[in-house]
Design a protein around this ligand. Structure first.
Ligand code: 5GP
Length: 177
């Protein structure tokens, strides 16, 4: 893997300690609740999700949602599509949605609208990364790992054309293409 065009933005250690903090907050919020469903947004959230749920001392079930909006480029197409749906109804349940990054906000708003229409008891959003300067629409978020500048990033689940997901840190990429 060519790492020469990468600049580390968030180290593995910084990710770990932020996840411990977020896990503690979510444990406090949900430890006395029944019917908690933790939803992983594929593919980008896979690492964040699997690390988060292991820090949460909560009885929960795991579900997976697939959405696509980028078509392998670094620019959002603005068109969000559901590519994989949950395998169970969430009506009357506490849904916690784990997303890797909120950029324009379009994908998060699409998922919030879609899941809310299924009448969950509550819907909580957790995103590892948030680019406030890239927002194109108002987007309310409950838990944010890190606010970052409006640059394209890879690693820790996030890809560029399918690669870099297995880096243990988050990096900015230079000289794409
Ligand atoms: P939004 O709809 O907020 O513009 O984009 C959300 C989705 O775009 C994320 O789930 C992620 O898949 C992708 N995305 C947005 N910004 C980045 C980025 O900096 N790097 C990567 N790898 N994906 C991004």
């Amino acid at each position: 893997m060519n790492e020469s065009n990468l600049s580390v933005l968030i180290t593995e250690g910084e990710i770990k300690s932020r996840i411990l903090e977020l896990g503690g907050e979510l444990t406090k919020r949900f430890k006395n609740e029944k019917d908690v469903i933790a939803v992983c947004v594929l593919k980008g959230s896979m690492m964040f999700y699997s690390d988060m749920i292991r820090t949460m001392n909560v009885d929960l079930q795991c579900e997976f949602l697939g959405v696509s909006s980028y078509n392998g480029t670094t620019q959002s197409s603005g068109e969000v599509k559901l590519t994989l749906d949950l395998s169970t109804p969430v009506e009357g349940k506490h849904v916690i949605l784990f997303e890797d990054i909120v950029d324009t906000g379009l994908t998060m708003n699409y998922m919030k609208k879609n899941l809310s229409s299924r009448n969950p008891k509550s819907l909580t959003t957790v995103t590892l990364l948030f680019k406030p300067d890239a927002l194109k629409t108002e987007c309310q978020l409950d838990y944010v790992g890190f606010k970052i500048p409006n640059d394209f990033v890879v690693g820790y689940g996030l890809d560029y054309q399918g690669f870099y997901r297995n880096l243990p840190y988050i990096a900015q990429v230079f000289n794409l293409n």
